[in-house]
Ligand binder design. Structure first.
Ligand code: SF4
Length: 457
């Protein structure tokens, strides 16, 4: 999940719904004549969607008007969204075509599976531990540096266990070198991005989980090309190992000591992590596994975000890994969120919030609500009040809202809220007792959101 013009971050009422399904636009009112053919059905659905859109627009606009504000609608700029028969943006949950996955890498396997593979190669199982130390603790796949392995087998072992997964295409640095954006080419030519950021007390890496994305958000460069394929577990993990190597080599600005490494992971790069559930969870398990099986990271430092894939959110709540969970909400009302986040047509705001609350109940981990504040689109006072009502209706202390300031983009519908509007939005949430923190943004100079760099190549 990415956000327009941002790097590394990282949107109802039942009453509204009732209005949305007003008699004017229900299928029953479509005159029944001869059985319509597919093209006619598509045209009718598009007409109904347009009528529904117009109806919604009137509701939003009247509320905005009552506040003396405008209501900007989300529109794709610079590309055309793929639309389905129903006139709505297409959602794609699986790859369009049969695609091959990268060769199996050590990081795809558990320690026991690594040992088995080595035994098949005629080596003793303990070699798995040695190879794992090289990869997860020394961040190396260079056979010349593996002096604890039999010299005559090193090259063969490295080739079998460490096929090259990520090739660096571009590296852009900003904030005095404390923010680095990487563009990587994968084995099949797919391009993905990750962003490394040093803060005063931590180093965070924003990682990608899919090549492309099928969620088709109108503001997102990644979504426009659709989903090419899911990334493998090892491809996801290799972004961290590569970043740790850069840090160890002193490549991230503001180095404090040579042993420092990535401590926080945010799944907010390219792709919808929960649409690649199995591999993402395998990667998470490997991140938290004790070294040398994995990276030995704290689960609390790992943030898994989603635009609201409710069944997967429920599944995540049942996993015994207390990661931080973030819901990229961006609008509390279905009428706006249907347009901003197309997956909302599948799972509505209330369903997503219920699933987020379930996550809190099952794990005891406070949930984050990500909310990119976009001028005159989703930053109205009534939306802050509605968000607070919806969150408070599910209890207190279970959630934290992170409004995210957008980069100012004059002339675009995707531009920053005015400072006084941002302050009022936060104020309203806090006054309602909802903990709220305005998020920092990084990398404004290096091509905005995840996906823009890859789209430009
Ligand atoms: S299209 Fe995918 S990557 Fe882009 S914002 Fe939506 S969920 Fe995130």
């Amino acid at each position: 999940m990415v956000v327009p013009n941002l790097t590394a971050q990282i949107a109802d009422t039942r009453g509204t719904m009732e209005t949305m399904t007003s008699p004017e636009i229900t299928p029953e009112t479509v005159p029944s004549a001869a059985e319509p053919n597919a093209a006619e059905r598509a045209a009718r659905r598009a007409e109904q969607a347009a009528a529904q859109g117009a109806q919604q627009m009137r509701i939003s606009e009247s509320r905005a008007k009552a506040e003396g504000r405008a209501q900007v609608r989300p529109t794709a700029e610079g590309w055309k969204q793929a639309m389905g028969e129903d006139g709505r943006p297409q959602l794609q949950f699986t790859a369009k075509a049969r695609v091959s996955q990268p060769p199996v890498h050590l990081a795809d396997l558990t320690l026991a599976e690594r040992a088995d593979k080595l035994k098949e190669m005629g080596l003793q199982g303990f070699r798995a531990k040695q190879l794992s130390v090289h990869y997860f603790q020394h961040y190396t796949t260079d056979p010349e540096l593996m002096s604890d392995l039999p010299k005559e087998r090193r090259a063969e072992l490295a080739a079998a266990m460490f096929p090259k997964l990520l090739t660096e295409v571009k590296r852009l640095a900003t904030d005095d070198g404390k923010t680095i954006k990487f563009l990587w080419r994968l084995f099949d030519g797919s391009l993905i991005e990750s962003v490394l950021m040093r803060y005063s007390n931590r180093i965070t890496l924003c990682i990608s989980s899919q090549c492309g994305c099928g969620m088709n958000c109108p503001f997102c460069a990644t979504g426009q090309a659709g989903l090419t394929r899911n990334m493998s577990t090892a491809e996801i993990l290799d972004q961290i190992v590569q970043a740790n190597r850069v840090i160890a080599e002193g490549g991230l600005g503001g180095q404090k000591h040579p042993e420092e490494r990535v401590g926080n992971i945010v799944f907010m790069g390219m792709g919808e992590p929960l649409a690649n559930y199995k591999r993402v969870m395998n990667a998470v398990h490997r991140m938290v596994a004790e070294a040398p099986e994995g990276l030995g990271m704290s689960a609390r430092g790992i943030t898994v975000s989603t635009v609201g894939l409710v069944p997967a959110m429920k599944k995540l709540a049942e996993e015994n890994v207390p990661v931080t969970f973030a819901l990229s909400l961006h609008a509390p009302d279905d009428e706006l969120r249907d347009e901003m986040i197309p997956v909302n047509s599948r799972w509505k705001v209330d369903e997503a919030l219920d699933a987020a609350h379930t996550y809190y109940v099952k794990t005891g981990r406070r949930v984050s609500i990500e909310y990119a504040l976009i001028k005159d689109m989703n930053d109205h006072g009534w939306r802050a009040d509605l968000l607070a009502r919806k969150l408070n209706a599910r209890g207190r202390g279970w959630v934290h809202v992170n409004p995210i300031p957008l980069n100012p983009t004059p002339g675009s519908v995707w531009t920053a809220s005015e400072p006084d509007v941002t302050a009022e939005f936060i104020d309203r949430l806090e006054s309602a007792g909802v903990p709220t923190t305005l998020r920092d943004t990084r990398g404004k100079e290096i091509d905005g959101a995840c996906g823009q760099l890859a789209a430009a190549e």
